[in-house]
Design a binder for this molecule. Structure first.
Ligand SMILES: [Zn+2]
Length: 412
């Protein structure tokens, strides 16, 4: 039997979407805006050719269901929203590949697959407007903090609940979205890598092991302001000196424990050219797939900061800004994903995801989950230059389809 899967159609549809929703600066599908609403209408018109039931849930996530012989559902997910001036693939590749896979399944099983297959387009994955990413998927997983979300405002001063009301979503009910996961048996998501790992290995596709756990802290060193001319070097309580030693230390820690570590900001007081620094506040962002390694990295950074403070005659205080535990994907689905990639292009690499994805929320809700990455050119996204070779786009649709089929057969 010839397969009706047509990856070239996915590429054509991605281009059609770009035509419809991008300008000279890139994609403009910001969630809950008129362009996003238009994007949804366009997506629904594509789905309308299939015998699916399509509706938006309480959080604005769009679900399109091809009913199977069993209620058990395989979910294929992505997000149509983009950051302002975004790329042509981030999020929508996942959804449009899923549309193509649905077409193949519908044709192959004569409209009734052995298990139910559902496409989900998550609402506001990017959080570009309100600064809260994974909105729709965290409402669905139950992890959304309603009190925090209720207070979010965009830069025009519009509150998130009002922006949602504008597109017909009742803020206080968004967590009702959780019922959509009732019969979910697996969640599969394809995504561009958004980093340079597969590019550097010259591999088109990778299996994603999970998403990094994150520890994000502010570290403030407190010394003493003193005249830069009259204070001898051995008499200084220089908060900046102690803080600066954290930079090479951060590299050394990731050298020992893996993952990544970033000092992303540094502010000094009084912050004038003629004074020794009294206060220096830096931020530390540590990420690791291994919870123990993440905890050890954090403990070592803390111990180092205390040592540098002591040696420099200054004080140090820590403040946790945010943290999340690592999310590991399902071992059986990881195996299917690896097989699908090897069957498609012969070679595979396993890698963690630095960025968070909707898949992490679904996994946290207890649904067995896996992601597949396709190589990103330039290792860049959230930018109009974001790109992936068309031959790799074709391969990823084919491999994602194989992953879906293996999952369906395992659950049937
Ligand atoms: Zn994305």
């Amino acid at each position: 039997m010839t397969t009706p899967l047509d990856p070239r159609r996915t590429i054509a549809e991605l281009k059609e979407l770009r035509q419809l929703t991008a300008d000279a600066d890139g994609a403009q599908r910001i969630a809950f805006t008129p362009t996003w609403v238009k994007t949804r209408e366009w997506l629904k018109s594509k789905l309308a050719a299939l015998p699916v039931e399509t509706h938006a849930d309480a959080a604005g996530n769009l679900w399109s269901t091809l009913k199977g012989r069993s209620e058990k559902a395989v979910l294929l997910g992505g997000h149509m929203d983009s950051v302002p001036n975004g790329g042509w693939l981030d999020g929508c590749l996942n959804v449009l590949a899923a549309v193509e896979v649905l077409r193949r399944i519908d044709a192959q099983y004569d409209h009734v697959p052995p298990v139910t297959v559902r496409l989900v387009d998550w609402a506001d994955e990017e959080g570009a407007r309100f600064g809260k990413s994974l909105f729709g998927s965290s409402a669905c997983s139950g992890n959304l903090d309603l009190d925090e979300a209720r207070r979010l405002v965009d830069k025009e001063g519009i509150r998130l609940p009002d922006a949602l009301a504008n597109v017909g979503i009742a803020f206080e009910k968004v967590k009702d979205s959780h019922r959509e996961l009732a019969s979910a048996a697996a969640y599969l998501e394809l995504h561009i890598e958004q980093g340079p790992v597969l590019l550097d290995l010259d591999l088109p596709l990778g299996v994603v092991l999970g998403t990094f756990g994150v520890e994000r802290h502010a570290i403030t060193f407190h010394g003493q302001a003193a005249h830069s001319g009259s204070t001898p070097m051995n008499r200084r309580k220089d908060a900046f000196l102690a803080a600066a030693r954290m930079s090479p230390e951060t590299y050394a820690i990731t050298g020992r424990h893996g993952g990544v570590g970033t000092i992303g900001s540094c502010t000094t007081k009084p912050g004038i050219v003629t004074s020794v620094v009294e206060d220096c506040r830096i931020t530390l962002d540590q990420r690791n797939l291994d919870a123990k390694a993440l905890a050890a990295s954090l403990a070592e950074a803390r111990a180092a900061s205390e040592r540098f403070a002591r040696e420099g005659g200054v004080e140090v205080a820590w403040e946790r800004l945010w943290n999340i535990e690592p999310v590991l994907f399902d071992p059986r689905l990881l195996g299917f994903c690896e097989e699908a990639i090897v069957e498609t292009c012969g070679k595979v690499h396993r890698l963690p995801s630095g960025p968070l994805h909707d898949a992490a929320e679904v996994a946290r809700a207890g649904v067995p989950t896996v992601m597949m990455f396709v190589q990103s050119l330039h290792g860049i996204s959230h930018n109009k230059i974001e790109d992936t070779k068309e031959e790799h786009l074709e391969l990823c649709v084919a491999a994602f389809d194989k992953l879906a089929e293996k999952t369906i057969r395992a659950l049937a």
